[in-house]
Structure formats: C-alpha cells, structure tokens
Design a protein around this ligand. Structure first.
Ligand code: NAG
Ligand code: NAG
Ligand code: NAG
Ligand code: NAG
Ligand code: NAG
Ligand code: NAG
Ligand code: NAG
Ligand code: NAG
Ligand code: NAG
Ligand code: NAG
Length: 531
C-alpha cells in the first residue's frame, strides 16, 4: 500500500494556516481525490484514501492511522464493492452526497442520503468521516457519518448499538481475510430486546454473549475493571441503546475489533515499541462460549467438569453430561408450586441470557423479589445495576441460559434463583449437580487407592472410590494428599454408583469399587500417586 498526501485547495485552511500546506481534512464541492491522494485529519491522526491488499488488484476507499507504521485500516467504504482495476474518484456529487466512482464514472459507493446543498466531507481526528453542511459543524446535524457504518473496528467515541432517530443498529463485521476487507462471517451486535447485551455471531449463530450492562461493565466481562485507562459508556433509553468507550488519555490509541477468525480483540498502541499490544480478547475460555452448559447449567472454569447444574436441577441427559457434553442442560428436580417456593442467592454470576427478560431500573431488590414471587413463570431476579450497593430489577420468566460463575475476586453479581422449598436447604450437591451459590459447597469426590481392610485383593490394581456428599471433614484421611477426580469420571468408573459396585457405607459416605481398567491405567500413567 502506498499512500501520499497532496495539496488540496481548502479555502478555510489556506486562510488560517497558510504554511501548513501538506494535508487537508475536508473535501468540498470543487475537489476530488483519486490515485494516491489522501485527506488527513487536522491533528494528523487519521488519513483517508485508496488502498489495496495482497495481489488482489482490488481497490478500496478506507481510513487508517496516519502515524502508525503498521498499516491499520479502521474503516472501509466499499468493502463489498471493490474498484477492480485502479483507484476511483471520491467527490461531492451534485445532490450533495459524497460518492465514489470508478475511472469510467460508474457509481461504486455513496453516502446515499436525501439531497442536500453546500455539503463538505471532513475527516475528523476521531476517525469519523462526516458529511455536513459547509457552515454547520454541530455533530447533531451531520448528514452522514462513517461512525454510523462501522466495518470491523470500534474506535473511541463510536457507538455500537441502536439509534431510534436513524433506525440504525450499528455493529461490527469481520474482514473475510487479512487481505480481503469484504464482509466476513463474524459480527458483534447489540441485541436491543429485554435487558440489552452484545453477541458475537458466526453467520447469525451466537458464539459469545457479553451479558447485560450492570452499571459498571458487561456482566460477562469482569476484565472491564480498567477504569483508570478507559471510560466505558452504556446508554439505554428511548432514543438510544449503545455501548462505547473512550480513553482517559485522548492521545493514546485503542481499538476493538472482530478479527477474521471470529475473536473480539482490543488492541492498544504502545508507542515505545511501535506495536499494537493485544489488551483483551473474547471468547477466551470454554465458559465464554455461548450455551456451553445448556439451560440451567452454570459454567465454572475452576470446576471440573466445567458444567454444573444449578441447585435444584439435574442433567437432562446424564449420559451426555458425564461425557462432558453439557449442551442438553439441566432440568428441575422438583417442580415449583408457586405457593411456597423460595429464592437461593447465587454469587458471582454472569447473568443469564437477558433478551427476553423484564427490566425496571426504578425498582428495589425487595420489590423485585415480590414481583418474581407473585409471577408463577418467574425463574430468577437480580439487580439491574450493581453500583452503589445495587438498584433496579431484572426478572427472567423464560428458561435461564448461558450462565457462568466467576471466582469471588473476579466479578459477576448476585442472581436470585427461584427453587422449590424442598431444594432450598440443599447444600448444593445432587446427582451430578453442584451448588453454585458458594464455591465452598462443591461436591468433592475422593479416590483412595490402596489396600483396604475388607479385601487384600484390592491391593495395587483395585481402587476404592468414596463420595463425600456428607463428608464430615473429620476423617483421618484429611491430611493425606489425595487426588481429586471429577464427578463424570467417577460416574463412569463406578457404573453410575451401581449397587453392584458398592462396597459399603461408613462414616465417610458410600464406598464404591471402581473399574479396574480405568483406574489402573491412571495409576500406571502416573495420574495417581501411591505409597
Ligand atoms: C502519485 O501518483 C502520481 C500519478 O500517478 C505519480 O506520478 C506519483 O509518483 C505518485 N506518488 C507516489 C509517492 O507514489
Ligand atoms: C476499469 O474497470 C471498469 C469497470 O469496472 C471499466 O469501465 C474501465 O474501463 C476499466 N479501466 C481500465 C483502465 O481498464
Ligand atoms: C463463512 O461461512 C461460509 C458458510 O458457512 C463458509 O462456507 C465459509 O468457509 C466461511 N468462511 C470463513 C472465512 O470462515
Ligand atoms: C447505576 O447506579 C448508579 C448509582 O446508583 C447511577 O449513577 C448510574 O447512573 C446507574 N447506571 C445505570 C446504567 O442505570
Ligand atoms: C498521555 O499520553 C501521552 C503519550 O503517551 C503522554 O505523553 C502524556 O503525558 C499522557 N498524558 C497524561 C495526562 O497522562
Ligand atoms: C484472532 O484473535 C485470536 C485471539 O487473540 C487469535 O488467537 C487469532 O489468531 C486471531 N486470528 C487472526 C486471523 O489473526
Ligand atoms: C444414573 O443413575 C440415576 C439415578 O439412578 C439415573 O437417573 C441416571 O439416568 C443414571 N445415569 C446414567 C448415565 O446411567
Ligand atoms: C409474568 O411476567 C411475564 C413477563 O414479564 C408477563 O408476560 C406475564 O404477564 C406475567 N404474569 C403475571 C401473572 O403477572
Ligand atoms: C455450605 O456448607 C456449609 C457447611 O456444610 C453450610 O453451613 C452452608 O449453609 C452451606 N451453604 C449453602 C449456601 O448452602
Ligand atoms: C461461602 O463461603 C465462604 C467461605 O467459605 C463463607 O464464609 C460464607 O459464609 C459462605 N456463604 C454461604 C452463603 O454459605
């Protein structure tokens, strides 16, 4: 890519800055840019012109950082309608629109607004390319702006989301490949229904969900605790629903993009090393993937397996569940009776999918509980805003989807789950389900390997499995370094705790005989230590 700036006549600039003759930021009715001509924003931050990539011979009108040596294109006008043999001509058309035509004057791209008079197109230091009336610089009155038509990149000050006035829901769409800016398969788009949240989509199929905005950050992005660097904004009213960010130090650069393989990335520019530093990305772990644990399942990267049913729920398809396919999710063990059901507080939760939830920012948590209690289809409730001790109300009347639990220090918030009275006192463990209300109440399963009193035959090649659903913590084995196995493995090893494999029951819980094969393999492959 070779780009060069040329002198364009701009009367105002000439009058004001007669010496600054290298670059102009505005195209007026009498000017065009073509070939290697560009316009440059007033503070020398962004540049607009034609570029090509790879050996494609396709030309695009785009915007890139002026002073960053790695060529970083942040916006493309004609991504899906390239110029095929040479650069085109960018100009103000007779009807006042900014238009791109090829060498034969065929229309390639246009701002496509109703006719206006005396328009100019200006590239701002924010990276926004705007069409406005010559003497009207009020952003409210822009006729058209590139910020309303994002490509794959969200710049500081850009709005990701919906505007009732224009009817636009602005979203990001990946490039097809690093050499091809045409629309790729991945997009990042605000779902404005219910309690709004942003989805990463692959051909319209959900891949990742940010979780709703909780007043501080997205419920599913605990890493957004970087207020000393960024200001994050989420507005939700009748006129607009959008997310945007700013840098506290406006002279630094940061951008959020959907890359060509479907990952959201935030980069920050490190001037010392002249590099874009990958600051954050998503999805970043198994639990970030949409519906990883199905309905009423909770994903926890610190648990093994990562999927657990919520308290009061059990796997819908235990076979698949124990083979680590959580997608079928969980079903309620005891139906609600809508008379004396109760609520279990679950801490540090990424809120469930919220597009069909009900939200009222004015309600208190107590009113929220009352509302949920009195509506038989209510499944859970939470504060809609966690700042300042919490306020507002969100209730879910449809199945709870796509939750995860964070470590206490990490993030998340309280979610109040409606459960049958009989499930209220439960310590959180059931058949394969682990309570999520408190990380300390997880089902621990301990495997003891070695001889036991009952039969010397078990020595070395047989093992004993003990589940400690009622583990007292007083057993003499407490201090031993016993390997821990997850529930799925144990279920397979004991043939689902079948009676045939049960050796006895004692103060520690039930004692089971495990599958010789599997456990001896573990022994010999070094998974189990044995003294
Ligand atoms: C810009 O384009 C003109 C005309 O094609 C050419 O003469 C000139 O060398 C180009 N400048 C650069 C720096 O590529
Ligand atoms: C470039 O392609 C356009 C059609 O896209 C054609 O009209 C024009 O003649 C071509 N110009 C050259 C120089 O080949
Ligand atoms: C995009 O999706 C289409 C349809 O599923 C698929 O054929 C194509 O390979 C995908 N392209 C990329 C770059 O992943
Ligand atoms: C959340 O609550 C705080 C303090 O109570 C308030 O300042 C803020 O505007 C609220 N945020 C939203 C998005 O309602
Ligand atoms: C903002 O960043 C610039 C460039 O790194 C630096 O020179 C300046 O001191 C910073 N300003 C503040 C207020 O930190
Ligand atoms: C997209 O981002 C992810 C996460 O940073 C990275 O692993 C992957 O290589 C990126 N894809 C491309 C094509 O650069
Ligand atoms: C395990 O046993 C439970 C209760 O007896 C039963 O509901 C479940 O289907 C069984 N799971 C498998 C994988 O066989
Ligand atoms: C329960 O809440 C849902 C969703 O807000 C609503 O459609 C329904 O009418 C409510 N039912 C009752 C009995 O209030
Ligand atoms: C967790 O377990 C402890 C000890 O058994 C118990 O006192 C506590 O009530 C349990 N917590 C919950 C929320 O069930
Ligand atoms: C959760 O666990 C912590 C640490 O073990 C404990 O202090 C707290 O009381 C527990 N909360 C509940 C609700 O059991």
């Amino acid at each position: 890519m070779r780009i060069f700036s040329v002198l364009l006549c701009s009367f105002t600039s000439l009058a004001l800055f007669p010496i600054a003759t290298t670059a102009f930021d505005t195209i007026t009715g009498t000017q065009t840019i073509t070939g290697n001509q560009t316009i440059v924003s007033a503070g020398d931050v962004f540049e607009l012109g034609f570029f090509t990539r790879g050996s494609s011979k396709k030309w695009y009108l785009g915007i890139w950082y002026r002073n960053i040596p790695t060529d970083t294109v942040v916006w493309v006008a004609n991504r899906d309608n390239p110029l095929t043999n040479s650069t085109g001509v960018l100009k103000i058309a007779d009807d006042g629109n900014i238009v791109l035509v090829d060498q034969a004057a065929n229309p390639i791209w246009s701002s496509n607004q109703p006719t206006a008079a005396n328009t100019v197109a200006q590239l701002l230091d924010s990276g926004n390319f705007v069409l406005r009336e010559e003497n009207d610089e009020n952003p409210e009155n822009y006729i058209w702006q590139s910020f309303d038509h994002p490509t794959d990149t969200l710049l500081p000050g850009m709005k990701l989301g919906w505007d009732s006035k224009t009817g636009l829901n602005r979203y990001l769409t990946s490039w097809k490949s690093s050499d091809d800016p045409s629309s790729g398969n991945y997009s990042f788009k605000l779902d404005i229904n219910g309690f709004p949240e942003v989805y990463l989509l692959n051909n319209q199929v959900r891949v990742y969900r940010s979780g709703p905005w909780n007043g501080l950050r997205f419920s599913g992005v605990p890493e957004m605790n970087t207020a000393f660097i960024f200001t994050f904004t989420f507005r939700r009213d009748q006129n607009e629903e959008f997310y945007s960010f700013e840098l506290r130090n406006k002279s630094l650069y940061s951008r959020l993009l959907v890359n060509t393989s479907g990952t959201l990335q935030r980069y920050t520019w490190i001037d010392e090393s002249k590099l874009w530093n990958l600051f954050w990305y998503a999805p970043k772990d198994q639990c970030d993937f949409y519906l990883e644990c199905g309905v009423y399942g909770v994903c926890d990267t610190n648990a093994s397996p990562v999927c657990n049913c919520m308290t009061g729920f059990e796997p819908k398809n235990p076979q698949a569940w124990y083979f680590r396919d959580g997608s079928d999710g969980c079903v309620r063990k005891t139906e609600l009776n809508c008379a004396n059901d109760g609520f279990l507080p679950l801490n540090n939760m990424k809120l469930p999918q919220s597009s069909s939830s009900f939200v009222d920012d004015g309600m208190s948590l107590a009113d929220c509980e009352t509302m949920c209690r009195s509506n038989c289809s209510c499944k859970a409730y939470a504060n809609s805003n966690i700042t300042g001790g919490g306020s507002g109300c969100v209730i879910w009347t449809t199945d709870l989807l796509d939750m995860r639990q964070y470590a206490a220090a990490e993030g998340g918030q309280d979610l109040y789950l409606k459960v049958a009275a009989s499930d209220l006192g439960q310590g959180g463990s059931g058949s394969g389900s682990t309570g999520t209300e408190n990380g300390s109440n997880k089902t621990k399963v301990i495997i003891m390997v070695g001889p036991i009193e009952r039969s010397q035959d078990f020595l070395l090649n047989e093992a004993v499995i003990r589940s400690n659903n009622d583990y007292s913590g007083e057993s003499p084995t407490d201090d031993l370094e016993l390997p821990l196995f997850d529930f799925g493995t144990i279920v397979m090893a004991t043939d689902n705790f079948s009676d045939a494999n049960k050796l006895g029951q004692g103060g520690f819980g039930c004692v089971y005989k495990g599958l010789l094969d599997m456990l001896s393999k573990m022994l010999y492959s070094g998974c189990l230590a044995f003294e």
